[in-house]
Structure formats: structure tokens, C-alpha cells
Write a protein that binds this ligand. Structure first.
Ligand SMILES: [Zn+2]
Length: 306
């Protein structure tokens, strides 16, 4: 597939407390692995444009947008919640993290691309309409979904394979029958969302030590039938790689091949259903080597799908 990696150097400027796992080096690990793998010649590399306030307001209340804008410190750090801080340059990163998804939607709807991986930070899937949380300031992916809706895309599916539940994304789309949300996550675990399901919400909790076999079971038994029936026009992925065996943020046992398997399944299904494209957003993933290897294996699986 015609695939792009969308990023921006400013996404490194967002810094939190010393030794915070959600660090700028995460993006370096992915960029380094991209070069080492040789995949850089097969993907387009694009710079994320600057998003604007109007984009944030697609998914967030004005009060949250104003809170974030007014909380940017002149020096030092401001805390938004116990896990999430802003530094003087955070808005520069946020603008590009959101802008990456806007560009991905534009390029896919213009038929210039089939898939995009937004290699950006801060991540987004714990931010809901009114609150930043869990390392996430704005919900980048949710904003891109709303933006795609504003451009006339009717049916959108979101698959979230981060080890943590995508509670912010669920909250934003819970009343929207035109958005199907499928999320797997270690359970019980942060953010401790009550597990609920409905016509367009498929939550797939996994116990500690679940591995690739469990991932395949979730996909084949719970997600594939729903996605096939729903027939999305556009597929989004909240791609967190913190369920990796080597990631000590959590206790699942996925490896690169599992991310490849799921990505291949999603790419093939997307083609079969006539989806316009796939937009994947980096969420978590904190073991730097495993993150780089997994993210690039994920992108390669998109590229290799014909
Ligand atoms: Zn996570």
C-alpha cells in the first residue's frame, strides 16, 4: 500500500518530568529503526502540519482547550493530572501531533495514500472531551476521526491495541452509531474503565500474561465479525506497543510478529471491504528497542499489503 510515516521534529520538544517513560527518545527509537530496516525507501516521509484550535474543538470542549493553552508554563512544568505534564514547548508538539492525523485524512481522501502511520507524541487515547489524562493532552486520533466526518466520511472503525483501554476515545464516540470502537487491553488495569459493550463498542479485556494466541482469538472471534458487518469507509488504529513482552509498563506478552499478524489482517480486511485507507496513530510503547522494532514491523506490514 502507498504508505506514509507522518511526524515532526517538534514532537520531541514536549518533555515531562525526568525519567518519565513517555519521552522524546521514543520517536528516535522508531526513526532509527526505520533507517536500520531499510524500509525508509519504501515509505513516504511527511512532516505533520500545524493543527489549529478549530481542530481541537472538533473533539474537545472549549474549557479543556483553554485550560491547556493557559496552562503552558513560561518555564518548568505544569501538571494536568498525576501522570501528564506540560512544558513551555508542549503546544508546539501538540499542534503537530494533531496535524499529522489531519494531513493523513486529507491525503487518503485525495487518493494520494492508502495508509499513514502518525509517529507523534504526546499520545491521545486517554483524553476525553473534557479531560487530559494518562500522558495524553488532546485525543489526536479522535480529532482526526471527527475531521474525517466533517469531510463526509460516514462510517469509521477504530481498533485500539494499546495495553491500556482507550477510555478517552470510547467516551468521545459512545453515542455515535457511525463509529465502531474495538479495544483490547489488560484488565484489570489503568484506566480501570468499567467494561461495557454495545452495537458499536467492542471491549476485549485480557488477563495478565495474555499473548499472541489470545490476540488472534480476540480478533477472529470478536472484532472480525463486527468489522465485517459494520463495513467502515475508513479504518483508524490506536497503535500502542506497550503490550509487548519486553515492555514493563504492563504484563502482556505480545511480540513483533503479533503486531504484524494483526496489521496484515486489518490491511486485508480493509481492502476486502473497500475502505479508503488506514490511519494508524502511535499511542503507548515505552521499552525503546521493542517500540522501534514493533512500530516498524507494523508499518512494513502496511507497506507490504497489496
Ligand atoms: Zn498504553
Amino acid at each position: 500500500m502507498r504508505t506514509a510515516i507522518i511526524s515532526h521534529p517538534f514532537c520531541r520538544k514536549h518533555k515531562m518530568i525526568d525519567d518519565h517513560p513517555e519521552c522524546p527518545e521514543r520517536l528516535d527509537a522508531i526513526a532509527d529503526r526505520l533507517l536500520a530496516s531499510g524500509l525508509d525507501i519504501a515509505v513516504q516521509q511527511k512532516q505533520a502540519p500545524k493543527a489549529s484550535r478549530e481542530h481541537y474543538l472538533l473533539a474537545h470542549d472549549e474549557t479543556l482547550v483553554a485550560l491547556v493553552e493557559n496552562s503552558i508554563p513560561e518555564q518548568g512544568l505544569t501538571s494536568l493530572d498525576g501522570d501528564t505534564w506540560l512544558c513551555p514547548d508542549s503546544l508546539l508538539a501538540i499542534e503537530r501531533a494533531v496535524g499529522a492525523g489531519v494531513l493523513a485524512v486529507d491525503e487518503i481522501l485525495a487518493d494520494n495514500l492508502d495508509a499513514a502511520f502518525c509517529s507523534v507524541r504526546p499520545p491521545g487515547h486517554h483524553a476525553n472531551r473534557t479531560t487530559s489524562a494518562g500522558f495524553c493532552v488532546f485525543n489526536n486520533l479522535a480529532i482526526a476521526v471527527k475531521y474525517a466526518q466533517s469531510k463526509g466520511v460516514k462510517r469509521i472503525a477504530i481498533v485500539d491495541f494499546d495495553v491500556h483501554h482507550g477510555n478517552g476515545t470510547q467516551d468521545i464516540f459512545i453515542d455515535d452509531d457511525n463509529v465502531l470502537f474495538c479495544s483490547l487491553f489488560q484488565h484489570p488495569f489503568y484506566p480501570n474503565t468499567a467494561v461495557e459493550n454495545n452495537q458499536t463498542l467492542v471491549n476485549s479485556p485480557l488477563p495478565i500474561a495474555s499473548d499472541g494466541n489470545d490476540l488472534q482469538e480476540v480478533y477472529l472471534q470478536q472484532w472480525l465479525p463486527k468489522l465485517s458487518e459494520f463495513k467502515p469507509e475508513l479504518l483508524f488504529i490506536s497503535a500502542g506497543f506497550d503490550a509487548h513482552l519486553e515492555d514493563d509498563m504492563a504484563s502482556l506478552k505480545f511480540v513483533e510478529d503479533d503486531y504484524v499478524w494483526l496489521t496484515e489482517q486489518l490491511a486485508q480486511l480493509s481492502k476486502k471491504l473497500g475502505c479508503k485507507g488506514i490511519i494508524s496513530y502511535l499511542e503507548g510503547g515505552y521499552a525503546l528497542s521493542a517500540l522501534g522494532r514493533s512500530a516498524i514491523a507494523h508499518v512494513k506490514a502496511l507497506v507490504d499489503n497489496d
